[in-house]
Every structure is written in structure tokens, then in C-alpha cells.
Ligand binder design. Structure first.
Ligand SMILES: [Zn+2]
Length: 423
């Protein structure tokens, strides 16, 4: 009998993934200096940004210096590229060295340069359980957008065999997965479920799949449990964007996504671009080590939180705790950002809530935060209040009051966070 593949232990690059905080800082400073030198020289778009901030490439010697450069918003990219086609002056190689040009919604164009693995997908795929010899169906879209190609290349670097099945054709996916003995899947979690369900309907035994990397949409824990417990599929996810490539990935512990050593991630105040301390919610701003397309202080418009507590897997990189919504839905209360999804997270900790709304007010010179709640029939106020007060402190890092109101007080389609401050 063939022994099962060990998918939970080991690292793609042990030295890099387990380095000390000081070593990581030095490692990132080294590539950052190189990246800026090259970009300042070859990418006029980057040079102009630096000049406008009164900086020369050589002024950025380490991660801390990056904050002197204003955040470049993703929403500005279509205009910047229109003004200086095709890449807005952000590509460092001549067009005849570009292997592919991707077209993302916007439209925003992304060049794929001559070097392999500019998107750094291998580290996350390996941590997620992919191993040399895996045969993988890649069900991401192979035209226009980059995800399928990024993963294709990363799988190839690990030593996997890729079957570029692309999107759709569920019956063919099932037939092909069986015919080639596919052990791996990459694609969206919802399509994975579609394939598994269809395989059951078609009969002829279960699919040989053992490991999956999912992305491009949220992965509910209930769905992950189904993949893992009912289908025996080790399921992990990563975070990235078309512009940046991979930024973070889950390890076997699945407790947030480790930040890649090749991405400098700062969680920033969405209004000022100022980096915030770990633990606070803010906009994900990233600088990535991509020689062809160096995105520097690129503001994704996505909100997240960074946790730097140690992880039992041995990787020393901090973790981003998932996607927390869009930066334009955020409200600042006593210097802390709060988001509708945090309100949901607070409410989910208590049972017996029919409807709720967070009200931000002002008393004297102090912001106030009130969690207004309508109780479900039979629920009593005291335990709900107690649980919510703790949850507000845990999730929002703020002290807030809980106010139980009579049914019908909160309008049916009320905003999750009502800002009633008058300035
Ligand atoms: Zn870990």
C-alpha cells in the first residue's frame, strides 16, 4: 500500500518562513532598496510618485521609510494607465520582454514579466498542502485575468502537473479529474462544491482529490468543514489581488493568513495612509517584490487586521485575519475604525437578537458608541447585554453601551452603523 502524502509538515523555504523579526526586516529592506532603485530608474510612473513626495529612491532604506510615500489607490489605476498607456509608467521592462498582458476589470492592465514567480504563489500552495507529484485541476479563468496563470506557474515550480480545465463544464471536470487521477484543486470554493456534488450524482466512486486551494470569494467555515470532513479534502485559502499577486496564505493551523516575506503589508488609516498598530482595522496597503511591475504602497481598498501572535506552525510572519470589507464603508470612533462586518461579528456572539444597529454619537468632546438591540421573543436583556459588552471590547477594541429597545425601533433596512455625530 502506498503511504499517504504528508501535506501538513514542512515549508517551501524554511529559512525564510521561520526567520526572526529582525532578520525579516533586514531581508525586506534589502529587496525594497533594490526594487526602488530599479523602479526609479526604469519606471517613470514610480519616479514621478517619488518626486512628488520629495523623495529619491535612495531615501527609502527600510520598511519604516515607506510611509513617507503617499498611498496609491487602486481606484486611480484606470486613469493613470489611460494617461500613460499601457501600464501607467509602472512597468520596468520593454514590451518585448513582457510574456503576457492581463486585463482586469477597470480596465486595469497587468504585465507578466520574463521572471518566473513574480507573484510568489509557491509558498502559500506548499503551506496549503500541495506537494511535488500532485496532479491539479486549475479551474480559474484562463483568459483576461491573471489568477489562473499565477497559480499555474506556482504549481509548476512546486513540481505539480497542471490540467488547465478553466471555468465551467462541470461534467468534463469530473470525468477529467478521474481520468488523470487529480489529487489537487484550485478555484473558487463554490465551484469545488459544485464539482463534488456532481461527481456524487454521476456515480462511479468519489473523486481522487486530496488538497484544495480556494480563493476569489469568501470561504465560510461551514463549507470548509464539509470539504474536510465529508470529502477528506485539505482546504486552504490565500489572499492576493491581480495587481499585487499573492500577499498572504493559510498554514495548516488555518488561523489567519501569514504575510509573505516578499510583500510588505501595512494596515493603514484609509484617509491619511498612516500605518496603524497591529490589531487595528484599516486598509491593506502593500509593496511587493515584483521586478517587472513594482507596486509600491498600493492601497487595495480592502480592510483587514494584522495579528502578530506566534503561530504553532513555526512560521514567524504575522497573519492577516481575513477580509473585513471595503475601506469606503468604514467609520472612525475615538480614533478606532469600525466596520459593518465587525457589528455582525459582535452580534453573532449573543443569541436572542432580532435586529441591531450601532449608533455613533458625540457627548461633549467624546465619541459614543451604542449597540442598539431589539430582542427576539423570549430572550432576556441581562445576558444579551453582558455578552455584547464583552464582544464590543474584543472585536472593536472600544468600550460601548448596549441599549435594548422595543421591537420596531430600528427601521428594517437601517444602516448597520449610523453616524449621528454633528460636526
Ligand atoms: Zn501558521
Amino acid at each position: 500500500m502506498v503511504s499517504p502524502v504528508e501535506r501538513r509538515r514542512g515549508y517551501w523555504n524554511r529559512e525564510r518562513e521561520t526567520m526572526s523579526a529582525a532578520a525579516r526586516e533586514r531581508y525586506q529592506a534589502r529587496w525594497l532598496v533594490r526594487l526602488l532603485e530599479r523602479a526609479g530608474d526604469k519606471a517613470p510612473g514610480v519616479r514621478h510618485r517619488l518626486e512628488r513626495a520629495g523623495l529619491r529612491p535612495a531615501d527609502v532604506r527600510g520598511v519604516d521609510d515607506l510611509a513617507r510615500l503617499p498611498v496609491m489607490k487602486k481606484s486611480e489605476m484606470p486613469e493613470l494607465q489611460k494617461a500613460d498607456p499601457p501600464f501607467g509608467g509602472f512597468c520596468t521592462v520593454p514590451l518585448d520582454k513582457v510574456r503576457r498582458i492581463f486585463v482586469s476589470p477597470g480596465p486595469i492592465l497587468e504585465p507578466m514579466g520574463p521572471e518566473l514567480s513574480a507573484w510568489h504563489g509557491e509558498t502559500g500552495l506548499y503551506a496549503g498542502g500541495f506537494r511535488p507529484g500532485d496532479v491539479v485541476i486549475n479551474t480559474f479563468l484562463y483568459h483576461l485575468v491573471p489568477a489562473a496563470h499565477e497559480l499555474d506557474e506556482a504549481l509548476h515550480l512546486i513540481g505539480c502537473t497542471v490540467v488547465p480545465t478553466g471555468v465551467g463544464n462541470t461534467d468534463t471536470q469530473v470525468t477529467v479529474a478521474k481520468a488523470v487521477g487529480a489529487t489537487g484543486y484550485v478555484g473558487t470554493p463554490s465551484f469545488l462544491m459544485t464539482i463534488l456534488t456532481r461527481a456524487k450524482e454521476m456515480g462511479g466512486g468519489r473523486l481522487p482529490l486530496q488538497v484544495a486551494q480556494v480563493g476569489a470569494e469568501p470561504l465560510p467555515e461551514s463549507l470548509r468543514r464539509q470539504f474536510e470532513e465529508e470529502h477528506g479534502l485539505l482546504t486552504r485559502q490565500g489572499f492576493g489581488t491581480a495587481d499585487l499577486g499573492f500577499v498572504a496564505y493559510e498554514c495548516p493551523e488555518k488561523s489567519g493568513m501569514h504575510l509573505l516575506e516578499e510583500a510588505i503589508v501595512q494596515v493603514c488609516d484609509p484617509q491619511t495612509g498612516e500605518p496603524l498598530p497591529n490589531g487595528q482595522i484599516g486598509e491593506l496597503v502593500a509593496t511587493v517584490d515584483n521586478h517587472t511591475y513594482p507596486m509600491i504602497r498600493f492601497g487595495t481598498g480592502d480592510l483587514t487586521v494584522i495579528d502578530d501572535a506566534p503561530c504553532p506552525c513555526g512560521r514567524t510572519a504575522a497573519r492577516m485575519l481575513g477580509w473585513r470589507g471595503r475601506a469606503d464603508e468604514i467609520t472612525k470612533v475615538r480614533g478606532m475604525f469600525i466596520h459593518p462586518r465587525q457589528a455582525d461579528e459582535v452580534a453573532a456572539r449573543a443569541s436572542g437578537i432580532a435586529r441591531y444597529q450601532v449608533v455613533v454619537g458625540r457627548e461633549g468632546h467624546q465619541d459614543t458608541l451604542t449597540f442598539r438591540v431589539e430582542l427576539a421573543g423570549g430572550a432576556s436583556a441581562e445576558p444579551v447585554t453582558r455578552v455584547l459588552e464583552t464582544a464590543i471590547r474584543d472585536v472593536m477594541k472600544l468600550r460601548g453601551a448596549v441599549e435594548i429597545v422595543t421591537a420596531g425601533t430600528i427601521p428594517e433596512n437601517a444602516k448597520k452603523i449610523a453616524d449621528e455625530r454633528k460636526w
